[in-house]
Design a protein around this ligand. Structure first.
Ligand code: PLP
Length: 334
């Protein structure tokens, strides 16, 4: 029985083509700046996303951490979504390791932060307060794409208030493919952007932080400090380059599969949230554990949550999505 794993788009396996590219990668010691494949990946992404400099790092968590620490000093504050990955799912790293105070705000239904709420949270320049330095957004946010018009407003807002603007773009390319725009249309609004190569793009490991030469210079020092300086990392960067060259446009297939899954579940009477990209959220309430066990017996891996998240990716086919819908139909008839 082949396993259908819908827990996350992080579970993808490297394809034969990707493994081949990794095997052929030229490598050097990247801490000395001598890995040609890492340098190539960083240069390629700088060009594609419109930044002066890019830094290859092991994880998106490290990429966000280095971005926040490069923008903010000890005692500074950043404004971030209450449900944002950076705030909620990264072990509090900005506070623990950077002494950066988070100011979390409730995320709006469309995945954005209300700029009026952000304005109200900015602290006056007064020694009672932490210094508000940065606004961090996330795109996609739980599968939702932030409107380009909102990004433009966030850009002028942060300029007006003297804040830096960071994007956790772990799934930047899902957002760009969904909007049918070049990723630069999104990244142009930000001072720094973190992108995961290891989510829907299908690389086994790796993220990048993009920004100005000065910001990335600081981030490079911080990367060494937190133990993220890798040596012959070209093996991994080759997977990232392969992903960028082969796996971006196909994200549309994952989005279509997510829509197909949502429609099938709705037709079977499930309460499914509107789908934009590769994430399907279903209200399972108290049946969360039961559906997880039921699905597992049919080779389908789900997370156990009342608000069940299912994520489509390159290792789940349309035929397998049909099997998932059939399993949910069977479950509803039990
Ligand atoms: C996965 C993810 C990250 C962090 O990525 P890791 O590589 O798992 O550390 C950051 N932000 C978002 C929105 C993510 O989904």
């Amino acid at each position: 029985m082949s396993v259908i794993d819908l827990r996350s788009d992080t579970v993808t396996q490297p394809s034969v083509g990707m493994l081949d590219a990794m095997a052929k990668a030229a490598t050097g010691d990247d801490v000395y700046g001598e890995d040609p494949t890492v340098n190539g990946l960083e240069a390629e992404l700088a060009k594609r996303l419109g930044f002066a400099a890019v830094l290859f790092v092991p994880t998106g968590t490290m990429s966000n951490l280095l971005g926040l620490m490069a923008h903010c000093e000890r005692g500074d504050e950043y404004i971030v979504g209450q449900q944002a990955h950076t705030y909620k799912y990264e072990g509090g790293g900005a506070a623990v390791l950077g002494s950066i105070q988070p100011q979390p705000l409730e995320v709006q239904a469309d995945g954005s932060l209300d700029l009026a709420h952000v304005a109200a949270a900015i602290k006056p320049d007064d020694f009672h307060f932490a210094r508000t330095r940065l606004l961090a957004l996330e795109n996609t946010m739980q599968g939702k794409v932030l409107p380009l018009e909102y990004l433009a407003r966030a850009r002028s807002f942060t300029r007006e208030h003297g804040l830096q603007l960071h994007l956790d773009g772990a799934r930047l390319y899902n957002a760009a493919v969904k909007l049918g725009v070049d990723a630069r249309e999104i990244t142009q609004h930000f001072d720094s952007v973190s992108v995961c190569l290891s989510k829907g793009l299908g690389a086994p490991v790796g993220s990048v932080l993009c920004g100005s030469a000065e910001l990335i210079g600081k981030a490079r020092r911080l990367r060494k400090m937190v133990g993220g300086g890798m040596r012959q990392a070209g093996l991994l960067a080759a997977a990232g380059l392969y992903a960028l060259n082969n796996n971006v446009q196909r994200l549309a297939d994952d989005h279509a599969n997510a829509q197909f899954l949502a429609e099938g579940l709705r037709a079977a009477g499930y309460d499914v949230e509107p789908v934009q990209t590769n994430m399907v959220y279903v209200q399972m309430g108290e049946k969360a554990e039961a559906i997880k066990t039921f699905a597992a017996e049919r080779g389908i891996k789900l997370s156990a949550a009342g608000r069940l998240r299912m994520v489509t990716h390159m290792n789940v086919s349309r035929e397998q999505i049909e099997q998932v819908v059939a399993a949910f139909v069977d479950f509803s008839r039990k």
